[in-house]
Design a binder for this molecule. Structure first.
Ligand SMILES: [Zn+2]
Length: 407
């Protein structure tokens, strides 16, 4: 409990809100304790060089160096934009603590530094569109246009959108294959139909779903297998649906590829939806927040029931989707590509999730395995949500309540 609170305060403090003084116990001597408070105060006031120098002295010099001070060195460097040297300081901090909460926080900061050093080449396409792009892409012309790419044939009543989808669908395919670690090149062709609005989609899509604006289907036409994705160009308000590019297209494509991958075998709903959400172009922080908050409250769906839940018994669909995403992303990040592929193959062969995981990890069967995985995942999900909440509160200037500690 106390550790958790300290972790939250550490996170909040380092991202610039209040409560810096509560970073942890004072230094080994009263003088060092005062120096640490001074370094924290410098950090808070953006006197980054002073904070770094003072904390560096505490971390490395004196009779009893105080390694926790690397947190201040690292944060000062990170804020300065010196990401590579910030990562070195975070590593030293990591080596000095066994606290899972602080380790989790440090890993997140290191990931943020790495991301700043290697920015992704492009934002999701939908985010890069200007108002005039959107207006143009919302236009519905008389005749449909057909465009083709290596794996897709696209029909849309907007020539620019058809061309755009020819490129973006290949980008999505690459992402989906990376997420499910399907090593080989995708051998099929997929038809993509873009309907003008939700009404046209509902009336014409092969297998429309009333609550969605996109779907996939696999069926036979003239003796040949047809793979089809139906999408909607405009939302209910008549605006171009950028979500269609960034979310619906990769999501439905992932479902389609998983359906073929599993054949007659059943892919558990949590995994099917979790992977489809993971294939979307942008991580949805709302899902991470909801998963962590639900797991720490009465709304929690325990892992055991998450794994076996079916579409017709979804009482709390938002929580189910958030936890399904969180758990799938957790497994995906903890397993190597080979292990994850083995895990999917084991599921396909009819193993339970626990057995499929143990086999993929070459670990002997253990009845307590699933409970241990559940506990590690829940800790991770709750910490992730706390971290996001601390960042959000820091950005809005809101102080994280000290009693916001769901575990
Ligand atoms: Zn889905």
């Amino acid at each position: 409990m106390r550790k958790n609170r300290r972790y939250i305060l550490l996170a909040v403090g380092i991202v610039g809100a209040t409560a810096l003084a509560a970073i942890g116990p004072s230094g080994p001597t009263p003088d060092d304790g005062a120096a640490l408070h001074q370094a924290l105060a410098d950090l808070k006031k953006d006197r980054l060089q002073e904070a770094e120098n003072l904390a560096m002295r505490l971390a490395t010099e004196g009779e009893k160096p105080y390694p926790r001070a690397w947190a201040v060195v690292a944060a000062a460097r990170q804020r300065h934009g010196q990401y590579a040297s910030a990562v070195r300081a975070y590593r030293l901090l990591l080596g000095s603590t066994n606290s899972p909460q602080i380790r989790e926080y440090v890993m997140a900061q290191m990931a943020a530094c790495e991301a700043a050093l290697n920015p992704p080449s492009a934002q999701p396409y939908g985010k890069r569109l200007t108002a005039s792009d959107r207006a143009e892409l919302a236009q519905v012309e008389e005749q449909p246009y057909t465009e083709s790419s290596e794996h897709f044939v696209i029909r849309a009543k907007n020539s620019r959108l058809a061309k755009l989808l020819a490129t973006e669908s290949e980008v999505s395919l690459e992402r989906v294959c990376r997420v499910i670690h399907a090593g080989e090149a995708y051998p099929h062709s997929v038809e993509i139909n873009v309907w003008a609005d939700p009404e046209e989609y509902a009336g014409n899509a092969k297998d429309p779903r009333p609550w969605a604006c996109g779907s996939f289907s696999i069926y036979t036409r003239d003796g040949a297998t047809v793979r089809q994705i139906d999408l909607t160009q405009r939302d209910k308000a008549g605006q171009f649906s950028a979500d269609m590019l960034d979310r619906v297209l990769p999501h439905e494509m992932c479902h389609l590829i998983l359906r073929e991958h599993f054949g007659d075998a059943t892919c558990p709903l949590f995994l099917n939806e979790g992977l489809a959400m993971l294939a979307e172009t942008e991580i949805d922080n709302a899902r991470i927040l909801l998963a962590g908050t639900a797991l720490a409250s009465k709304a929690k769906i325990p892992l055991e029931s998450l794994l076996v839940r079916q579409g017709d018994d979804l009482k709390k669909p938002e929580v189910f989707y958030a936890e399904a995403f969180s758990f799938t992303a957790y497994l995906h990040s903890r397993l190597t590509a080979e292990q994850f592929r083995d895990f999917l193959d084991n599921i396909k062969q009819g193993c339970t999730v626990a057995d499929a995981l143990q086999r993929a990890l070459y670990s002997p069967h253990d009845d307590k395995f699933l409970a241990e995985v559940a506990s590690a995942w829940e800790d991770h999900a709750v910490t992730q949500a706390q971290y996001l909440k601390a960042l959000r509160d820091a950005a809005t200037g809101r102080k994280t309540p000290e009693n916001w500690n769901p575990r």
